[in-house]
Design a protein around this ligand. Structure first.
Ligand SMILES: [Zn+2]
Length: 357
């Protein structure tokens, strides 16, 4: 497949106004400057890396806004309201709501998401049922699995569950270990001792924690809207990036937040200006390249050899027309309505088709 379009090229996401891109199988075969003959004409659209929602709990989708005003421990702690709601939620209702969120993400230009799935093997089975025949890529991270990890991509744990991390990980190189930590004091320090691949939240991470995180090459996923809603602070993203840490972005519990990466990006960008600010490009990379790196999706960069997970945006729509800084426009103005096509692993999903589901 050969396409003429505008695109954000490579790691620097340089805006090429006239470009072409070849896709073979599931991969980008080449990206070049200028339009070429014989290509599908998408020149009015901007191709950007598919967004990666690096932290969700779509299992919570059946109880949206059921925790308004609560603090972290009251909402999602060991005895939080979340678990009481799960006791009353019907299985079919939970599965249907998970499917709604997967469709919602797909419709908004998200091509992959990493989900912390509760409920052991049954919970993972329900996630598969909810998302079967949906082309969005699910990175399923389970817990309470009795050491059997064959039906997931890894573990997604709370800090009090880190004893579930296998002692010997030599033969488990493909398994991802992600841990919630940093919504309370000293949590990041405790998580670092277990050397996970990913730490989620990190709002209370210290300078010493950041040094150790860099040294251990651990990725950090931040969820600033969730942290603000639950009064858990703001993650030190500027310091993490300056220390060379891979920082990705996620929307966290659907109970608390919509799984909308456009809203998440705008919040992160603007809230960060109250501290030591981030640039729009840094924020967009956190929502794409960095999530792909953390969860090994081989996506997030439009260049040869990467998986063809691509979102095509109408940037001539009324909300974007006249934008003078494309990275800022993407982060602060763009929304699901601008998504006209999505490509996942080389397969084109038209917006209309998504809505048929
Ligand atoms: Zn979470």
């Amino acid at each position: 497949m050969l396409i003429n379009c505008q695109l954000l090229a490579g790691e620097k996401m340089e805006h090429l106004q006239e470009a072409h891109m070849g896709v073979e199988g599931s991969e980008i075969a080449y990206v070049g400057d200028g339009f070429v003959s014989g290509a599908e004409d998408l020149r009015d659209l901007l191709a950007v890396p598919g967004l990666v929602n690096a932290h969700t709990h779509i299992g919570d989708s059946f109880a949206k806004d059921a925790c308004t005003g609560l603090r972290v421990h009251e909402a999602v702690g060991k005895n939080g309201r979340k678990w009481k709601l799960y006791e009353t939620g019907g299985r079919e209702e939970i599965i249907a709501a998970m499917r709604d969120s997967a469709i919602d993400m797909l419709s908004s230009g998200i091509t992959a998401y990493a989900d912390f799935r509760e409920g052991g093997h049954e919970g993972l089975k329900d996630l598969r049922t909810a998302t079967k025949d949906l082309p969005i890529r699910t990175v399923a991270l389970g817990r309470d699995l009795g050491g059997r990890l064959e039906d997931c991509q890894g573990l997604g744990l709370n800090l009090y569950q880190i004893d579930q991390i296998p002692k010997d990980r030599k033969d488990l190189r493909d398994i991802l270990i992600a841990v919630h930590a940093g919504e309370g004091a000293c949590e990041v320090e405790a998580a670092l001792k277990a050397s996970p691949d990913i730490i989620v939240h990190y709002t209370t991470g210290t300078e010493e924690d950041i040094r150790k995180t860099t040294r251990k090459k651990i990725s950090v996923v931040v969820c600033p809207r969730s942290n603000a809603s639950l009064k858990a602070g703001f993650p030190p993203v500027r310091k993490l990036l300056d220390a060379g840490v891979n920082v990705a972005l996620g929307t966290d519990n659907v109970m608390i937040n919509s799984p909308d990466m456009w809203r998440e990006m705008e919040f992160l960008y603007k809230a960060s200006q109250l501290f030591e600010g981030l640039t729009p490009l840094e924020v967009f990379k956190a929502a794409s390249i960095n999530g792909g790196r953390a969860f090994r999706t081989n996506s997030g960069v439009l260049k040869k050899g990467r998986t063809a997970d691509i979102t095509f945006l109408d940037i001539n729509a009324p909300n974007m027309r006249g934008c003078r800084d494309i990275h800022a426009g993407l982060v602060t103005r763009c929304h699901a309505g601008n998504v006209k096509k999505t490509m996942i692993e080389g397969r084109v999903i038209d917006k209309g088709l998504v809505h048929i589901y």
